[in-house]
Ligand binder design. Structure first.
Ligand SMILES: Cc1ncc(C[n+]2csc(CCOP(=O)(O)OP(=O)(O)O)c2C)c(N)n1
Ligand SMILES: [Mg+2]
Length: 541
């Protein structure tokens, strides 16, 4: 057996069902991955293959680590974006690029992945000795599965793939597993002290809750302490957004009740979050108490001034808090009705202010109307929705209600146009029973639209809703083209709609077409809209 076959077997041992990539890479070319029972998916460019691997990791809460491969030189040069996106978003991935010959790997101007990916990977190694194949790939999977999830890269030089390693059974590979770190008991009590003493505590859940699958203890703790709950955009839906205690997701555009409670809070408890400064995240309120629970202690006191640090896995932390709170409380605290009423009051005022846009029936169609129709029409219990960079994301963040965990793939630590298509395709591969939807605009379709062909070739019926305003609205840059026709010529179904009276019918036709197994794009001619439900506008002067 050679290194290529050994790696393919190791992937199978690690539970890899899919390998995403772009040729040339021995795992694809030799058929080794397919022979090991792994479905190989080639996209039209490296970035989309990476985004699909990313989508698999996300939708499975990292239980299946998305795996990506590509060739050396242009392949690895063109793969930086997908790895950088996964790094910024804390998505686990194993990347297996081919490298140049060992003799030339450090020679100018050759692109050396081991060197160049250091700042966008959790670990980056070069496999220079075939005898190290087991421990090297094992380290990569261990890194992806443990601690803060992020990409791990192993560059395999050109000639190493073909080197002999003997029989696989003699290599003694044992698959990696994820371990969990529990909280310090004193930290749990200190966190509870602060939360029980606060007048206006708020719970903020980040995507660590998704990776830890901590949705039940999150809800149990919120209900026990009767706390209003916001999520990050990445964790949108981790707490049901139709729950009376939900504030929605924090982003550049968000529900007014979220900003209202953030302004009022005297104690913010963040769990499974980094509190990183980002335009698409929470503006962390100052001059209040901050309790911070995260897997990565490097995020504690990184930017937010933390009063109580509670490192640990989100499930273990929240379960410990539930247990400790049950010991201390004797019955309901009597806060819930007031909190729910306050949320409902601000939310109703906010929606009333946006009602005209959400129900606008004039042409060109308002993008808010499209979001509102999707919110009404998509089957929430089995829809997985994501939105692309720019205004499409911002329209959706605030006004699409995600009622189920993992029903929304939110992102924004970095915001590469075009990410939504690959995410939706990756989610569809791993969860074929779901209705996977991406909402995107002119900027995104121009960058990755040709990968609609990947969707049709690989039989991945996803619904793409294209908000077409013929330009990049916030950038005053006009764009042309008719993606509905292009979709048809790429083997999918393209639906064009510009009459507001036909919008619902077009979306219904799109949903039905996807349910029938066809990749479908609904191209909606929309008005230029740049007004957002911005959090800063909701703070009182
Ligand atoms: C790769 C990349 N380059 C540049 C940007 C900056 N950017 C963010 S949104 C955007 C324009 C999006 O326009 P469009 O998709 O048409 O949506 P619209 O604002 O018109 O609704 C640009 C250029 C980006 N996010 N990603
Ligand atoms: Mg546009």
């Amino acid at each position: 057996m050679d290194v290529t076959e050994a790696i393919a077997q190791i992937l199978a041992e690690e539970g890899t069902d899919y390998l995403f990539g772009f040729p040339s890479n021995p795992l694809l070319d030799s058929g080794a991955a397919e022979e090991a029972g792994i479905r190989t998916i080639v996209a039209r460019q490296e970035r989309i293959a990476e985004h699909m691997a990313d989508g698999v990791s996300r939708i499975t809460s990292g239980n299946e680590v998305g795996v990506f491969c590509c060739q050396h030189g242009p392949g690895t040069e063109n793969s930086v974006p997908g790895i950088a996106q996964a790094y910024a978003e804390s998505v686990p991935m194993v990347a297996l690029p081919r490298g140049y010959d060992r003799a030339k790997t450090d020679v100018d101007p050759k692109f050396n992945s081991f060197l160049n990916y250091q700042h966008v990977t959790k670990t980056a190694e070069q496999l220079n000795d075939p005898d190290a194949v087991v421990e090297t790939i094992r380290r990569a999977f261990h890194a992806a599965r443990n601690g803060r999830p992020r990409p791990a890269l192993v560059e395999v030089p050109m000639e190493v793939w073909d080197m002999e390693v003997g029989e696989f059974d003699d290599l003694g590979y044992t698959p990696t597993s994820g371990s969990r770190v529990g909280p310090d008991e004193a930290g749990v009590e200190a966190a509870l002290d602060e939360l029980l003493a606060a007048d206006e505590p708020v719970l903020f859940a980040g995507q660590g809750v998704n990776y830890a699958e901590a949705w039940e203890p999150l809800r149990a703790f919120a209900e026990l302490l009767e706390l209003p709950v916001a999520t990050s955009l990445n964790a949108k839906g981790a707490f049901p957004e139709d729950h009376p205690l939900s504030l929605g997701a924090a982003s550049k555009s968000e529900p007014r009740q979220l900003a209202h409670f953030m302004q009022e809070t005297d104690c913010l408890f963040g769990v499974g979050c980094s509190f990183s400064t980002t335009a698409y995240g929470l503006t962390v309120p100052s001059d209040n108490t901050i309790v911070h629970s995260t897997l990565d202690t490097g995020d504690i006191d990184k930017e937010a001034d933390v009063d109580v640090a509670l490192p640990g896995d989100a499930t273990l932390v929240l379960e410990a808090l539930v247990d400790a709170a049950e010991e201390r409380l004797d019955g309901p605290r009597g806060r819930r009705d007031d909190v729910a009423a306050e949320i409902d009051r601000v939310r109703s005022e906010w929606l009333a202010d946006w009602e005209d846009r959400l129900t606008d029936d004039t042409a060109p169609i308002s993008p808010y109307r499209v979001v509102n129709e999707l919110d009404d029409m998509l089957p929430k219990e089995r829809a997985v929705v994501t939105a692309d960079a720019g205004n499409p994301r911002d329209f959706m963040s605030a006004f699409y209600t995600a009622t189920e965990p993992m029903s929304y793939l939110g992102w924004g630590k970095t915001t590469q146009l075009g990410y939504s298509l690959g995410l939706a395709l990756g989610a569809k591969i791993a969860r074929p029973e779901k209705l996977c939807v991406n909402v995107w605009g002119d900027g995104a379709v121009g960058m990755v639209g040709m990968d609609i062909e990947t969707a049709t070739r690989e039989d991945l019926p996803v619904l793409s809703v294209y908000l077409k305003n013929h330009e990049m609205a916030s950038y005053d840059t006009p764009f042309g083209g008719d993606l509905a026709s292009v979709t048809e010529s790429l083997g999918g179904k393209g639906i064009h709609v510009e009459d507001p009276g036909e919008l619902r019918g077009a979306l219904a036709e799109g949903i039905e077409s996807v349910e029938d197994g066809t990749y479908t794009l609904v191209q909606v001619i929309t008005e230029k809209e740049t007004e957002l439900s911005r959090p800063d506008l909701h703070y009182e002067a």
